[in-house]
Design a protein around this ligand. Structure first.
Ligand code: ADP
Ligand code: MG
Ligand code: MG
Length: 252
């Protein structure tokens, strides 16, 4: 049983116009086995929240706390966050020249577990996970993110999640740039992780579409750097019908 607690989180970013506060007091609690959809208009700070938890150097946490099972996440290095059980899909968005998917996954698994996985089972696990995600085995020998299509990037993210078995996964716009078939395959991967492990999921999305495939237990409407409203799955249906306008105008 794990618990991720975000309390009154404030974060700023440097822009050409000066320091800008993006997160303005975020409160959120995610427990093992729960899926929380974070939904909000473009520019509301959803990715900033993900990057802040990931420890991206561009974002400065000015106040508030993030803890995983009581441990101070913000004091951890990026590697320590991964070892603590946090999976941040956007953690490795860049090309890693000369490192194959296969080596990358094995290195990440070794770093997180503290020992190299047994080769025989590992090869089988990787093949099985790639097969589940309908990925060509050749993909394992490609260099990380080099020339990946949008869909390949997302599959690679979910492949990492399936193999690294985190206790908390933060998935930012996992649905963006996916056609319906790819969306289904990727969603099935997330659901498999949910079914076979007790992972808690923060699913950040602008659109309600992915929630047809991944059922959230809780929905949070994220506006102007804060959670403006929380509810159950019915809140997503309401957003689908009404959009975000009533939150932006302040009318309820
Ligand atoms: P969302 O993911 O909800 O669309 P973001 O977190 O990407 O929102 O962005 C929130 C706001 O912060 C936007 O106004 C965006 O322009 C600004 N912002 C985010 N990251 C940076 C950055 N690295 N430099 C400058 N502005 C940024
Ligand atoms: Mg975003
Ligand atoms: Mg479960």
């Amino acid at each position: 049983m794990s618990i991720l607690e975000i309390r009154d989180l404030h974060a700023t970013v440097e822009t050409p116009e000066g320091t800008k506060e993006i997160l303005k007091g975020v409160d959120l609690t995610i427990r093992s086995g729960e899926t929380h959809a974070i939904m909000g208009p473009n520019g509301s700070g959803k990715s900033t929240l993900a990057y802040s938890i990931a420890g991206h150097p561009k974002y400065e946490i000015t106040s508030g706390t993030v803890t995983l099972d009581g441990e101070d996440v913000l004091a951890m290095s990026v590697d320590e966050r991964a070892r603590a059980g946090l999976f941040l899909a956007m953690q490795y968005p860049v090309e890693v020249p000369g490192v194959t998917v296969s080596n990358f996954l094995r290195t990440a698994k070794t770093a997180i577990d503290g020992e190299a996985p047994a080769l025989r089972t590992w090869v089988k696990d990787v093949r099985g996970a790639m097969d589940n995600l309908k990925m060509d085995p050749v993909f394992a020998e490609r260099n990380v993110n080099e020339g990946f299509s949008g869909g390949e990037k997302k599959r690679h993210e979910i492949l990492q999640m399936e193999l690294l078995k985190p206790s908390m996964a933060i998935l930012d716009e996992t649905d963006s740039g996916l056609d319906v078939d790819a969306l289904r395959v990727v969603s099935e991967g997330v659901n498999r992780a949910k079914d076979t492990t007790d992972v808690g999921v923060m699913l950040i999305t602008h659109y309600t579409r992915i929630l047809n495939y991944i059922k959230p237990d809780f929905v949070h409407v994220f506006v102007n750097g804060q959670v403006a409203e929380q509810g159950g799955p019915e809140l997503a249906e309401r957003l689908e019908a009404e959009g975000y306008e009533r939150f932006l105008t302040g009318a309820k």
